[in-house]
Design a protein around this ligand. Structure first.
Ligand code: SF4
Ligand code: SF4
Ligand code: ZN
Length: 143
């Protein structure tokens, strides 16, 4: 079963997010973090675009940024370039993929992508590490 809550409106896959995985795996204290996250659509208030006050997202007028007539707006492009630089993730391409195949199939793809090849556990994109076995890996970077 995929969790629709994990497909953020901006194209980020919350299932590979540090805040989400630390909370899910009860590792916040162990790794020295205070706050976890349950995923964008549950949390609603604080992640990237909501925090930066996008009216369309705040009012829940759209489900994903690709539905917006400003797509890809400057805010989205900025986050996209940060994600590309830091994590080799292209969130604008993610959104195009969601539009192409639908959120459910995309979530399956993402779940598979972030499954550790060593132990079948879950990879954190922000730390490039499997939080189950410690394997150092960013699946977006092919060797
Ligand atoms: S912090 Fe942001 S990216 Fe991470 S799970 Fe929460 S909403 Fe998703
Ligand atoms: S693309 Fe549209 S919905 Fe998405 S952050 Fe930009 S203005 Fe908001
Ligand atoms: Zn692993």
């Amino acid at each position: 079963m995929v969790n629709n809550n994990l497909a953020a409106p901006c194209g980020i896959y919350c299932g590979a997010c540090r805040a989400f995985l630390l909370k899910k795996k009860d590792q916040l204290e162990k790794r020295g973090y205070k706050q976890g996250c349950d995923g964008c659509r549950i949390r609603f208030k604080k992640c990237a675009f909501i925090r930066r006050d996008c009216p369309a997202l705040l009012k829940k007028e759209i489900d994903f940024c690709y539905e917006c007539d400003k797509f890809p707006c400057q805010k989205l492009q900025k986050i996209d370039s940060q994600y590309q630089d830091r994590y080799s993730v292209n969130i604008i391409n993610n959104l195009k993929r969601v539009q192409e195949i639908g959120a459910e199939k995309w979530l399956h793809e993402q779940q598979k992508l972030y499954t550790c090849p060593e132990c079948g556990g879950e990879i954190c994109v922000h730390d490039a590490e499997c939080f189950d076995c410690g394997n150092r890996i960013n699946p977006n970077i092919k060797n």
